[in-house]
Write a protein that binds this ligand. Structure first.
Ligand SMILES: *Cc1c(COP(=O)(O)O)cnc(C)c1O
Length: 463
C-alpha cells in the first residue's frame, strides 16, 4: 500500500493541544498593504468612529489593524472550535490512484459541521465579539444560505438574536437552509422586504423582483443601524473574516509540519476570498518574509470572474451603496452574474487583501466553467466519498488539472487544496448536471462593461 510505504495517514488530525490559539494577520507581513476602506462621502479612510454604528468594536479594531501579526483567540471561541475542529487534512490517495498521477494531493475539509462549510469559523468569532460588547443581536444577509446557517448556529450557542435577510429567490427555492436557520432560532426575512426603507423603495421600483445579495446587504445594514443594540456582520470579503479563517491555514500548516510535508501548489475557490485567504495566510506569510516559496492559485467561476476579468479600483461593496468603498478587483456593484449554482462565489468584488496580493503577482487566478466543475465534483465524489459543494469543486477542478500536468511531466508535486464544504443542499444543481441540462454562462465584454460603468469615478479611481 502506498500509504504504508511513506507513513502518511489518510487523515491527519491534530491533538486539541496542537490547535492554534492565535489568529494570524497576513497584512502584518505585507510591505505594500491593502488599500484602506474609504468613506464614500469624504473619500477619506474610514475611521473607528465612523464604523461603530455598523460593526462591533473589536471587529473594527481587527479590520483596521494591518500591523499586528497575531490576535489571541478567546478561550470561549477556542472551546467552540473544539466541537468541530480540528478539521481533517486528508491525503487523497484514492484520487491520486484514479488519476494515476505521481502528484501527492491533500485537501483540508471544512464541511464537517452542520452549516456545511468553513463559514462557521468566522460566525462564532463575530457573534462572540458582539456578545462581549453586550449587544442584543446581529443582522446579516445570505444568498444561498450557507453564511446565514453558520451565523444562526453561532448565535444560538451564545444566546444572541439573529436576523437574516435572505435573497427572495433563494428563500423560495431553497427552503431547506431556511429551515435549518429557523431551527437555530434565526428570524429569516425574504429580501427585498417591507421591513426596511431600502426594501420598500426597491419593491416599489421593481415590483416582483426576486432580490439580489447587494440589496439584502443594504437591508441588513439598515436594520442594524436603526435598531438599538444591533450590529451588522458579514461572512466574507472583510479583512477581519480572513483573519478568523486563518485557523484553516494554521491547522493545515501544523499538520503538514508534523509529517514534514511542504506543499508546492496551494489552491482554493474564491468568492469573497475569505476561505482562500485563510488557507494560504501562514504560507503566504513565509513567502512574504522570503522564507519559502509556494504557487498559490485562486479559482473563480467563469460566470463571475472578478480577479481574471475585473478592474482593480475602489468600488461599492453593496448595490444600495451604503457600505464603505473598498479597493478590490471588481466587476462593479451593479453586476448581476447570470445564474450559477456556486451561490457562494457570486460576489462582484474580492477581499482587498487577496486583491493586493494578486496585483503584486504573488498569486495566480484562473476561472472555471460550471459544467467542467461538476465533472470534477463527480469524479472526486466517486473516489473520495465526500459530496463536494459546487463552490469547493472549483478548487477540485484545478487540483485535478495540476495533478494531470504532473502525470505528463512526471513531477511529484505536492498539491494542497481547500475543500470548503458539502453539497447536500445543492442537489438541484447535481440534478441538472446529471440530466445534461446544465449550461455555462460567460459574460460578454459588453456585459462586463455595463458593470464597470457603475464604478464610482473620482480622481485616482480611473478604470
Ligand atoms: C461561501 C462559500 C464559499 C466562498 O467562500 P469565500 O470565503 O467567500 O471565498 C466557498 N465554498 C463554500 C462551501 C461556501 O459556502
Amino acid at each position: 500500500m502506498k500509504n504504508e510505504a511513506n507513513k502518511i495517514p489518510y487523515k491527519i488530525y491534530l491533538e486539541e493541544s496542537e490547535m492554534p490559539t492565535q489568529y494570524y494577520n497576513v497584512r502584518a507581513d505585507m510591505k505594500k498593504k491593502p488599500a484602506p476602506l474609504l468613506n464614500p462621502g469624504t473619500l477619506k479612510p474610514m475611521t473607528f468612529d465612523e464604523l461603530r454604528p455598523v460593526f462591533c468594536d473589536e471587529l473594527i479594531r481587527q479590520e483596521l489593524d494591518d500591523t499586528t501579526a497575531y490576535f489571541d483567540i478567546p478561550q470561549e471561541i477556542q472551546d467552540f472550535y473544539k466541537m468541530y475542529r480540528p478539521s481533517p487534512l486528508v491525503r487523497a490517495y484514492c484520487l491520486e490512484e484514479k488519476l494515476q498521477t505521481p502528484a501527492k494531493i491533500y485537501y483540508k475539509f471544512e464541511g464537517n459541521n452542520t452549516s456545511g462549510s468553513h463559514k462557521l469559523n468566522s460566525a462564532i468569532a463575530q457573534a462572540y465579539y458582539a456578545k462581549q460588547q453586550g449587544l442584543k443581536g446581529v443582522t446579516t444577509e445570505t444568498g444561498a444560505g450557507q453564511w446565514g446557517t453558520a451565523l444562526s448556529m453561532a448565535c444560538a450557542y451564545l444566546g444572541l438574536d439573529c436576523k437574516v435577510y435572505m435573497v427572495k429567490v433563494s428563500y423560495e427555492q431553497k427552503p431547506f437552509r431556511r429551515e435549518v436557520m429557523r431551527t437555530y432560532g434565526a428570524q429569516v426575512t425574504p429580501s427585498p422586504s417591507e421591513s426596511t426603507e431600502i426594501g420598500r423603495k426597491i419593491l416599489s421600483e421593481h415590483p416582483g423582483t426576486t432580490g439580489s445579495l447587494g440589496c439584502a446587504i443594504s437591508e441588513a445594514v439598515e436594520d442594524a443601524t436603526t435598531h438599538e443594540g444591533y450590529r451588522y456582520v458579514l461572512g466574507s470579503v472583510l479583512s477581519q473574516v480572513l483573519l478568523h479563517q486563518s485557523i484553516i491555514g494554521l491547522e493545515t500548516k501544523t499538520a503538514m509540519d508534523k509529517y514534514g510535508i511542504t506543499p508546492d501548489v496551494i489552491i482554493g475557490c474564491a468568492g469573497g476570498g475569505s476561505n482562500l485567504g485563510g488557507l494560504i495566510s501562514p504560507f503566504m506569510g513565509e513567502k512574504l518574509r522570503g522564507e519559502k516559496d509556494y504557487h498559490f492559485i485562486a479559482v473563480e467561476p467563469a460566470s463571475c470572474p472578478s480577479l481574471t476579468r475585473g478592474k482593480y479600483v475602489y468600488d461599492f461593496c453593496d448595490t444600495g451603496m451604503v457600505c464603505p468603498l473598498a479597493k478590490m478587483y471588481t466587476l462593479g456593484s451593479g453586476f448581476i452574474p447570470s445564474p450559477s449554482h456556486a451561490g457562494g462565489l457570486r460576489y462582484h468584488g474580492m477581499s482587498s487583501i487577496l486583491s493586493e496580493l494578486y496585483d503584486q503577482g504573488l498569486m495566480e487566478a484562473r476561472s472555471a466553467e460550471q459544467t467542467e466543475v461538476f465533472t470534477a465534483a463527480e469524479e472526486f465524489a466517486r473516489v473520495e466519498g465526500i459530496l463536494p459543494a459546487p463552490e469547493s469543486s472549483h478548487a477540485i477542478k484545478v487540483a485535478i488539472d495540476e495533478a494531470l500536468k504532473c502525470k505528463e511531466t512526471g513531477e511529484e508535486k505536492t498539491i494542497l487544496f481547500g475543500l470548503t464544504g458539502t453539497g447536500y443542499f445543492d442537489l438541484k444543481a447535481y440534478e441538472q448536471y446529471n440530466n445534461g441540462t446544465m449550461k455555462d454562462y460567460i459574460p460578454t465584454d459588453e456585459e462586463l462593461q455595463a458593470g464597470f460603468d457603475g464604478i464610482p469615478k473620482f480622481p485616482g479611481n480611473e478604470i
